[in-house]
Design a protein around this ligand. Sequence first.
Ligand code: FES
Length: 228
Amino acid sequence: MSINTSPVTPQQYEILHGGGAEAAEIAKQRLSRRRFLRRSMFAVWGLSATASVAGALNMLYPNLTGQFGSTLTVGIKADFLAARPGDFKIGQAGMFYRQAAKAYVVHLAKDTAFSLQGTTLQDQLASETVVKDSDGSYWIALFQRCVHLGCTVPFRDECVSFKCPCHGSHYNVTGEYLDGPAPRSLDRFALSFKGEDVVIDTGTLNNKVPHPDATTRLIPVPTVQCSA
Ligand code: FES
């Protein structure tokens, strides 16, 4: 882009070379026009550079506020009635689905009968991202995605467990693997509280919970079989 002003007209040329007040005025006008054009050009460069940097930052750090991938408030504690595993009913007791977070909120009663005890239990709860509340109950936020090939896994009241409709992977209420082709237990998000709000960080995923064995299984295998 050129920043030259318009060519000098023959009349202006005469005046400019003749000197005097008129010549000074024309020279002044040409100088201001040149300054204006230069400043405009820098302003355009500045704006396009800012837009490019903003676009690059947006790609690197997308603003996910309020969307899946960010930290979401999914309700208040009173929305999630705690229950023992055998009494779970989706949307009513122990197990609640939150579409925005693509997650099941699991709320285990404080008198849940765990298979482990003492520090072994505490360590296993921590490794499975189970949060103990101040009232003694336990919370988990399970990602809805089957860890086999990614189908959404429904919770089934009649067999109090998750059973994947795609290839049959089966998980108990804490997301621990029971049977099927899944390579590990269900993944889980970080869950916390802000006052009475229940908050799920859908950008922080624990995808490292292996198949449980007798030394790591949190709760017993359900005794009721799923119909199919
Ligand atoms: S995707 Fe769930 S078992 Fe295959």
